[in-house]
Design a protein around this ligand. Structure first.
Ligand SMILES: [Ca+2]
Ligand SMILES: [Ca+2]
Length: 173
C-alpha cells in the first residue's frame, strides 16, 4: 500500500513507481504509483494498493522528474553503477535524515516512509522532500487464488524491499 504524504517541488511533474522501466517507455507502460503535478494546486491523492506481493519479494522503485526535462532515477542502479539522479532520489547523500544515508524511515511494523528527492535534485539540493511516501504491508491481505508464474515476479526486479523488510541484507537506499 502506498500513501502520498506530501512534498515540496518546483513546478514539475513527479512520477513515482515500481520497477525499472525503459526510459523510452510511456506512462501506460510503466507501473506508476503516483503522478503528482506540482504546477497545479495540491489535490487529495488517494491511497494506492499495488496488489499482493509474496513474502520476500524485492521491489525497485523509480522517479521521473520533468523539472528540467525528463530525467529518471532508479533504485535498481544503486547496486549496479548508480548515477547521480539515482543517488539523489534513493540515498540521503548528506545524512540529514540521520538514517545512515538511507531515505527509508521505519514507522512501525511493516510500514516505512520514503523521503525522496527528485531526480533533478542532484543538481540543486539534498532536502529529501520532493516526494514523501508511506509504504506499508496490509496484514489483512490474502494471497491471490492464482499463483503467478515465477517469471512475472522476476519482472519486479530487486532492490528496495529487502531493505524495507529491515532484516537480512542491508542496503543503503
Ligand atoms: Ca530536493
Ligand atoms: Ca539529505
Amino acid at each position: 500500500m502506498f500513501a502520498y504524504l506530501g512534498g515540496e517541488a518546483g513546478p514539475s511533474l513527479q512520477e513515482f513507481g515500481i520497477g525499472t522501466p525503459a526510459e523510452s517507455s510511456s506512462l501506460a507502460d510503466r507501473n506508476a504509483v503516483f503522478v503528482i503535478d506540482y504546477r497545479l494546486p495540491p489535490v487529495l491523492v488517494p491511497i494506492v494498493s499495488k496488489g499482493y506481493f509474496w513474502s520476500g519479494t524485492e521491489l525497485d522503485f523509480y522517479n521521473l522528474s520533468d523539472y528540467n526535462g525528463n530525467l529518471f532515477a532508479f533504485s535498481s542502479r544503486l547496486t549496479s553503477g548508480a548515477l547521480q539522479p539515482d543517488l539523489a532520489v534513493f540515498t540521503d547523500r548528506d545524512n540529514s535524515l540521520h538514517l545512515g544515508g538511507s531515505v527509508v524511515q521505519p514507522v512501525g511494523d511493516n510500514a516505512w516512509i520514503l523521503h525522496l528527492d527528485d531526480a533533478w535534485s542532484y543538481a540543486y539540493d539534498d532536502d529529501d522532500n520532493e516526494l514523501l511516501i508511506k509504504v506499508w504491508v496490509d496484514q489483512s491481505a490474502v494471497p491471490p487464488l492464482v499463483i503467478p508464474e515465477p517469471g512475472s515476479l522476476a519482472l519486479l526486479g530487486v532492490g528496495v524491499v529487502a531493505l524495507l523488510a529491515g532484516r537480512g541484507r542491508r542496503r543503503v537506499v
